[in-house]
Design a protein around this ligand. Structure first.
Ligand SMILES: C[S@@+](CC[C@H](N)C(=O)[O-])C[C@H]1O[C@@H](n2cnc3c(N)ncnc32)[C@H](O)[C@@H]1O
Length: 264
């Protein structure tokens, strides 16, 4: 398995070498089965010679499960505890690292719009998976999920009717173009790429769980260095700064919702 990961990194630049071992093994075994192969070295041979097989592997490796206003109480806490600080800034820069197909970004755009901050905000939405980003750029999501998203939006403190934000057509919900006017979607790999700007807020939710300790440390350092002084870092429900090198540099704004603020 190590040789397979090394080969992928050298050939394609995708670095999975520091992903948490158990889920890595599970996903690669799934890919082996799908390709009808029995050994990791056969899979290495296949992906190094066949870019389509590599695309499929990237798809399996990036768990793109996401939703709008995922963990609604997080967005409620963001409204109540982060937005008042953001109001004091002339311009707000937000980085969504590991945005998958963009639902989290559209949810944030809606929240900022309702709080009167969208006009002066720029959202940088990145992921390593180009396919997921392509979906994000369309702003089209399954209509079948709108009932669930409406409930989450309301729990997240939404103040309007959720259906105002999209047009239903042919079984899909097309979100209004205005919600992506101030959004830049771009490919960025947290395992290999560096910082590209300074942000007031970084959200990286449900991504670090896939990383081993060293990659988590690397990523958190990248976030620390990419945040402006007193900038906010938001992690997923099952993610924390505990026992990491950057822990002393952050204060907890909301322990349950995993909202932190850079203190130094
Ligand atoms: C489960 S989704 C999280 C989406 C969203 N943040 C949320 O909480 O709903 C995890 C995302 O992390 C991305 N990801 C995994 N490893 C990455 C890396 N090294 N660099 C950038 N994105 C990565 C995956 O492609 C996937 O889209």
């Amino acid at each position: 398995m190590e040789l397979l990961l090394e080969g992928i990194y050298r050939h394609y630049g995708y670095d999975f070498r520091s992903y948490a071992r158990s889920s890595l093994r599970r996903r690669l075994t799934k890919r082996l089965d799908a390709e009808g192969l029995t050994t990791f070295s056969a899979l290495q041979d296949k992906v190094l010679h066949d870019p389509i097989a590599m695309e499929n592997l990237v798809r399996d490796m990036s768990v793109n499960v996401t939703s709008m206003f995922r963990d609604p109480t997080f967005f409620l806490a963001f409204r109540q505890k982060v937005v008042p600080m953001l109001r004091t800034y002339p311009f707000v820069r937000i980085w969504h690292a590991g945005c998958a197909s963009g639902e989290e970004v559209y949810a944030m755009a809606i929240l900022l719009e309702e709080e009167g901050l969208y006009e002066r905000s720029r959202l940088y939405a990145t992921d390593m998976n180009a396919e997921a980003l392509d979906r994000a750029r369309t702003g089209i999501f399954p209509i079948s999920r709108m009932r669930e998203y409406t409930a989450s939006y309301q729990q997240a403190g939404g103040t309007r009717s959720f259906s105002e934000y999209y047009t239903a057509s042919y079984g899909a919900a097309l979100f209004h173009a205005r919600l992506r006017e101030n959004v830049l979607f771009a490919q960025h790999n947290l395992a290999t790429d560096t910082s590209f700007s300074e942000f007031n807020v970084i959200l990286c939710r449900n991504v670090l769980i896939y990383f081993d300790r060293s990659l988590k440390e690397r990523t958190l350092k990248l976030f620390h260095d990419s945040l402006s002084p007193l900038g906010f870092l938001c992690l997923g429900r099952r993610e924390s700064l505990r026992f990491t090198n950057v822990e002393p540099d952050f204060t907890e704004i909301d322990a349950k919702e995993r909202i932190f603020r850079r203190a130094r």
